[in-house]
Design a protein around this ligand. Structure first.
Ligand SMILES: Nc1ncnc2c1ncn2[C@@H]1O[C@H](COP(=O)(O)OP(=O)(O)OP(=O)(O)O)[C@@H](O)[C@H]1O
Ligand SMILES: Nc1nc(=O)c2ncn([C@H]3C[C@H](O)[C@@H](CO)O3)c2[nH]1
Length: 207
């Protein structure tokens, strides 16, 4: 790979994106960009009433990620410095296609493309797949109050949406390199050897 890599860790809610991105950032000495969660004023309301709050929430995520991506380009990529992020900008569309309907979805799509089409995109995606039981277990363990009432059907749909979304990204040109991790079987938190294997796989993709 000639230029500095832009790595994104992706996967459905609770898959372990922030955990793995942080571990890789430390191990590979690559700065990390993390998504904003605690200061998000709409997440709480969204989980209580998705139809009522989805547009505000999706726009909030989109604007925040747009700003972060702009900064990432200026701070790192334009200076040929590598960076790792705990999300891919495309996740906005994965969620919004599920949570928005009708005219709001149409408007959101237009704004999404207007803002992001010419932005830098990750060239390496680490995709953590995990099934519903694994994700629900992690979400419970993490115990963010606003997520505890999450409808399992919503999460199950997102698992499928993610598979399709990552497949779509794989078909883009130039296509990103994708490392898929089985989050049910691979425990990069507790199992050092499994984490080292991921590090080695990522290093190979970066070469
Ligand atoms: N491989 C793993 N084995 C065991 N626990 C894990 C593993 N990965 C993550 N966890 C735990 O699961 C929880 C969710 O992890 P994390 O916050 O990294 O997920 P995320 O994908 O970034 O979530 P979100 O989609 O909400 O941003 C955390 O409590 C974390 O410590
Ligand atoms: N609707 C919606 N759109 C997004 O773009 C999005 N990105 C993250 N999330 C939710 C998942 C976690 O609960 C929490 C932290 O990741 O926020 C999102 N929800």
């Amino acid at each position: 790979m000639k230029h500095a890599p832009f790595i994104a860790v992706e996967g459905p809610i609770g898959a372990g994106k922030t955990t793995l991105a942080s571990m890789l950032s430390t191990e590979l000495h690559i700065p990390i960009i993390k998504e904003i969660v605690e200061e998000n004023p709409f997440l709480d309301k969204f989980y209580q009433n998705i139809d009522e709050w989805s547009f505000q929430l999706e726009m909030f995520f989109l604007c925040n990620r747009y700003k972060q991506l702009e900064d990432t380009g200026l701070q790192y990529l334009e200076k040929a410095q590598p960076v790792i992020s705990d999300y891919h900008i495309y996740k906005n569309l994965i969620f919004a296609e599920r949570t928005l309907k009708g005219i709001k979805r149409d408007k959101y799509r237009q704004i999404y493309h207007l803002l992001t089409d010419d932005m830098p995109k990750p060239d390496i995606i680490i995709y953590i797949r995990a099934d519903l039981d694994t994700l629900l277990g992690r979400i419970r363990k993490r115990a963010r109050s606003f997520e505890q009432e999450m409808d399992p059907a919503y999460l199950e749909q997102l698992i499928t949406d993610y598979d399709k979304g990552i497949q779509f990204l794989a078909e883009q040109s130039p296509s990103p390199r994708i490392l898929t991790i089985d989050g049910n079987e691979i425990d990069f938190v507790e199992n050092q050897a499994q984490f080292e294997q991921i590090v080695s796989d990522v290093k190979e993709l970066i070469q």
